[in-house]
Design a protein around this ligand. Structure first.
Ligand SMILES: [Zn+2]
Length: 249
């Protein structure tokens, strides 16, 4: 009989990064919160300022769940953003939360895409929150996650639930832009997430007065962070159940 007690313990890279996220953000005063994976159309789209006929609903191919006639449409959540709505409905600001969890998209899989993957949502609502606060929080997070000094740059972008919206890119922690590099393709920059200031309509919808409170929100792919941190080149490896991957950690 094998002695299981003598075998080293291996922790899956996704679990490792989720643990890192929880540790780093807790250290900055954020709470870790959770929400349902089976969501209503209201929390996944409507409450996030995505109008019924808006093309953003087509941007995310969604797994809709069969419902009875007259029942509210339900789906497997396409992002972790509904958790911020549920939290804001039941808490008074100021607050700072991160919500790591699984999300689902009805799309073909390849080296960069899976139908199920992990995201972390961040939300900070207060009276003195700005894009500069977001930048300093993300800067601290990436430095601690990758263990080296990282530059964080915002590029204008569009998401219905933030205004202004930004795409966040970070300087490549491997080559520092000197390339050739498999991580950044030699560009020196890595696209990491979408973010921005919480749209006043979203705050208004959950009963928070946008003339008194402001907030930032961000959403980033945990799988991508794990792939970058541990040099994993195909996202499908993370879900293959192949012990040769897990045994390296
Ligand atoms: Zn690089």
């Amino acid at each position: 009989m094998e002695n299981h007690g003598e075998k080293p313990i291996h922790i899956h890279p996704i679990t490792r990064v989720v643990d890192d996220i929880a540790r780093i953000f807790s250290g900055m005063g954020f709470s870790i919160v959770d929400g349902p994976e089976l969501e209503t159309e209201y929390y996944n789209f409507d409450a996030l300022n995505v109008p019924k006929d808006h093309p953003a609903r087509d941007m995310q191919d969604t797994f809709w769940v069969k419902t009875k006639p007259g029942e509210e449409a339900r789906l497997m959540r396409t992002h972790t953003s509904p958790v911020q709505i549920r939290f804001m409905e039941s808490h008074k600001p100021p607050f700072a939360i991160v919500c790591p969890g699984r999300v689902f998209r009805n799309e073909a899989t390849d080296a960069r895409h899976e139908a199920m993957f992990h995201q972390v949502e961040g939300l900070y609502v207060g009276t003195d929150v700005s894009l500069a606060t977001l930048k300093s929080v993300l800067h601290a997070f990436f430095d601690r996650l990758f263990g080296t000094d990282i530059k964080v740059v915002f590029r204008p972008s569009y998401f219905p639930f933030v205004e202004p919206g930004v795409e966040v890119v970070a300087s490549c922690f491997k080559c520092k832009g000197k390339g050739p590099c498999v991580i950044c393709g030699g560009s020196g920059w890595i696209e990491l997430m979408g973010a921005g200031m919480v749209h006043p309509n979203v705050l208004h919808g959950v009963g928070i007065d946008p003339s008194l409170w402001r907030g930032f929100a961000f959403g980033m792919g945990i799988d991508r962070l794990a792939m970058l941190k541990y040099g994993i080149e195909d996202v499908r490896l993370l879900y293959s159940g192949d012990l040769r991957l897990v045994n390296q950690f």
